[in-house]
Ligand binder design. Structure first.
Ligand code: MN
Length: 765
């Protein structure tokens, strides 16, 4: 008997995990616990690609150096909830991964590698992608393989397909082409052959010959994976090889920069996906028909036509409610479609709500969801069925004039393709695929027009539970020009504001909870959105309405309800918000800044202690204005830049106005070259504590002035070095015994407490 394991809850399942400390990758010292952690970390994204695909499993119970077991049949000891599909002439029961727990159960069996078939339950006779497996011979240059992959991508694209790429974790690459799930695997193979033949003919480094000795050093374009019961390694599966490589989906630009597929492995892939997103996100919304079958049209149900309008009666209600001379919305015409499109609108009408629209029989079935899309299982949302909308509405975005039906801004929050994953007596399960928003949901009819909407799967990154560290900016002394938005740099406390189902919490940069310190900011009624994560600065205003850092710090240090209350009455705090990281079930960090700003603006109520940090298009003018007003400076942010959690990037640049302060001269660096008869730079310290080093200043004086200063410093006694910091020019430094004070202009203190861009102003005697 195996020794008793640890019981853990994964979603609604309880799993017994065993031998967690067993090392499965001996050369990398990777234990089973780490493998389980990897699969748990990647589960939401991985399942978005492989859920309900029949799997072949490769188990390594004794580690990657031990015996491997290929397993196609579902093991006898599989728990009842592990779903399976029966396939093939000998009725094998293939395991299906359907939830996080399936992946964890498999990793506990030391099943490192998951290989998938091209079909998905319940449509086990229809393939949903085409694959080209680039299989290089031993020792083939990986960079050269990338070039072939790029050429092949261009060739495949010329037939009208969207081509996605992943590493295999070995030496090869997989090109995956999403296809509408309505063809047999044989149809897919036929199309792949037709595409591959001319490519191989003009590319002498490639072959379609599967026999090893006939390949003669050429790369096999393996189209034979498009065959019944053939499998390929799943996206995000580990490989049972040294280095624990992961078969990783990539952006084409990232592939072109990759030197070795081993760079993508168990230790970094989850972090990469959380930071940059999944390069295959929404891949299934790019599905197309096979080019060989383009003459077969989708079946669209014939709808009863209203003889007056020549459009389906179903769109009558839509048309009656609108005046098309006044609203930019599309007319209620019948367009048809293949029944796979969806859109979710964020509709900023008098009551903010979302509209979910699913294409069916040539129209968009619509529901208004007042509280927005649920972010995780367990949250139930009311969805009220509204009138059917015309197909054109799927790409509609715009402002409906006030006074018109639904007046207000209608944003596309997500659009792509959807699929029904399960039909139920009183409803259905459906999966949304789009770039920027994926998820599986359940719709359940309660009565008449009232439905209940629930999320079935998890978000890869739920910022409501894992509070993000804010994004940081690089410093510059110049205002960058180009595609930037400019805003004030607020002198306050940087904070992350989390609205979680109507509960507000406020966090510092270092993720300390400071909600209680600012009662005027912790009321959920200040927000229009039910859930959101926002980035901003808490500010107290001083004389002439200028931000007072002193006051806000004072607020932060108050303790006890009464003291906090008193301080609040004296100096109210305002939150100037400038970014939106998450909104009503959708991670927005990969949306361009300009869109995040628009949604941010729409998420708070007007006239409260929450304000929007306004943006301007002229940075120089704004900097000049802040200088005149004695404000800290400005921020320049790339209009289309993404939000990178906790990172300092070029997408945000801070430009600070210089400030003047007093410091003590504690020594100098002996001069070189044209300064050889004086000093090169002055060492500075805090004016009251000479052991606190503030760096050097080497500009702001002429040679003449420098020599005068030098002469003065010579009259002072030479002393010991009192600061702790080791300096590169320690040997060339002279330390003074009690130096004079001076005035310095600088932009800010750096993280190690030295001055940024210091300029000498004058000696203070
Ligand atoms: Mn609406």
């Amino acid at each position: 008997m195996a020794k008793k394991g640890t019981h853990v809850a994964v979603g609604k399942r309880t799993l017994e995990l065993t031998n967690l400390e067993k090392v499965l990758y001996p050369n990398d010292d990777i234990t089973k616990a780490e493998i389980i952690q990897y699969y748990l970390g990647i589960a939401p994204t991985m399942l978005s690609h492989i859920a309900r695909c029949p799997l072949s499993l490769i188990r390594f119970p004794h580690g990657i150096d031990g015996e491997q077991f290929f397993q196609k049949n579902r093991p006898d000891w599989a728990p009842d909830w592990v779903e399976y599909a029966v396939l093939g002439s000998n009725n094998k029961e293939y395991v299906l991964a359907t939830e996080d727990a399936s992946l964890i159960w498999l990793s506990n069996l030391a099943c490192l590698e998951l290989h998938q078939m091209q079909v998905k339950s319940p449509k086990l006779d229809k393939a949903y992608y085409m694959v080209f497996d680039l299989d290089p011979p031993e020792g083939f240059n990986f960079r050269q393989l990338i070039e072939i992959a790029v050429d092949l991508r261009d060739h495949i694209s010329s037939y009208g397909y969207h081509v996605f790429v992943k590493t295999t974790g070995g030496k090869g690459l997989h090109l995956t082409i999403p296809v509408n799930a309505k063809y047999s695997v044989d149809d897919i193979f036929e199309a792949a052959s037709i595409i591959a033949k001319p490519f191989v003919q003009k590319n002498s480094l490639t072959t379609l010959n599967i026999k090893k000795d006939a390949r003669k050093g050429r790369v096999l374009i393996d189209i034979y994976r498009n065959r019944n019961s053939q499998t390929v390694i799943c996206p995000y599966s580990l490989r049972g090889r040294d280095g624990a490589p992961v078969a990783t989906p990539l952006e084409w630009t990232d592939l072109e920069a990759l030197n070795d597929p081993l760079e993508l492995n168990l230790r970094n892939v989850v972090g990469k996906v959380n930071e940059e997103g999944d390069p295959w996100e929404g891949i299934w919304s790019f599905s197309t028909d096979l080019h060989t079958k383009s003459d077969i049209k989708a079946e669209v149900k014939k709808l009863p036509v209203n003889p007056k309008r020549k459009t389906p009666a179903q769109l009558d209600e839509y048309s009656k409610k609108r005046d098309f001379d006044k609203t930019p919305e599309p007319k209620g015409l019948f367009e048809g479609g293949d029944g796979t499109g969806f859109v979710i609108h964020r509709h900023s009408a008098s009551h903010l709500h979302y509209d979910l629209r699913l294409e069916q029989d040539g129209v968009l079935k619509s529901w208004a969801v007042p509280k927005g899309m649920p972010s995780k299982p367990g949250i139930k949302r009311l969805a009220v069925a509204t009138e059917d909308h015309p197909m054109k509405y799927i790409t509609f975005e715009g402002e409906i004039p006030k006074g018109q039906y639904g007046g207000g801004m209608m944003w596309i929050y997500a659009n792509g393709k959807y699929e029904i994953t399960k039909e139920k007596k009183d409803g259905f399960y459906f999966k949304l695929n789009s770039k920027g928003f994926i998820g599986e949901f359940r719709m359940h009819l309660m009565k008449e027009k009232e439905w209940l909407l629930e999320r079935v799967d998890h978000l890869q990154q739920d910022l409501l539970d894992q509070i993000p560290s804010p994004m940081l900016a690089k410093s510059s002394s110049k205002v960058p020009i180009g595609d930037y938005l400019y805003e004030m740099k607020w002198d306050g406390i940087r904070a992350v504001f989390v609205v979680n189902e109507g509960h507000v919490s406020i966090w510092t940069r270092n993720l300390n909870d400071i909600t209680d310190k600012f009662p005027e900011l912790s009321d959920p009624k200040l927000f229009r959105s039910i859930s959101g994560v926002f980035d901003g600065e808490i500010v107290c205003l001083g004389a002439q309405g200028k931000p007072s850092f002193k006051k806000v710090i004072h607020r932060m240090h108050r303790k006890g309800e009464k003291e906090i209350e008193r301080a609040m009455k004296k100096d109210a705090a305002y939150a100037y918000l400038f970014d939106c990281l998450y909104l009503d079930g959708k991670l927005t960090i990969h949306e361009p800044l300009i869109r995040r700003k628009a949604w941010l603006q729409d998420s708070i109520k007007k006239g409260t202690n929450y304000r929007i940090s306004e943006t301007l298009s002229d940075g120089k003018e704004l900097l000049a204005a802040t200088k005149k007003l004695g404000l800290e400076g400005i921020m320049a942010k790339e209009i289309n830049g993404l939000y990178t959690i906790g990172k300092r990037t070029e997408a945000w640049i801070k430009i600070k106005n210089k400030v003047t302060d007093r410091f003590r001269i504690i020594g100098y660096v002996k001069g070189k070259g044209d300064r050889s008869n004086g000093f090169g730079a002055l060492h500075l310290a805090d004016r009251t504590d000479s052991t606190q080093y503030r760096g050097k200043v080497g500009t702001g004086y002429s040679t003449k002035k420098m020599l005068e200063l030098y002469e003065m410093l010579q009259t002072l006694g030479v002393g010991e070095k009192k600061i702790e910091a080791k300096l590169v020019d320690d040997k060339e430094s002279v330390w003074l015994d009690g130096g004079p004070l001076c005035q310095i202009k600088f932009t800010e203190l750096t993280e190690n407490q030295t001055l940024r861009d210091p300029v000498f102003v004058k000696l203070l005697l």
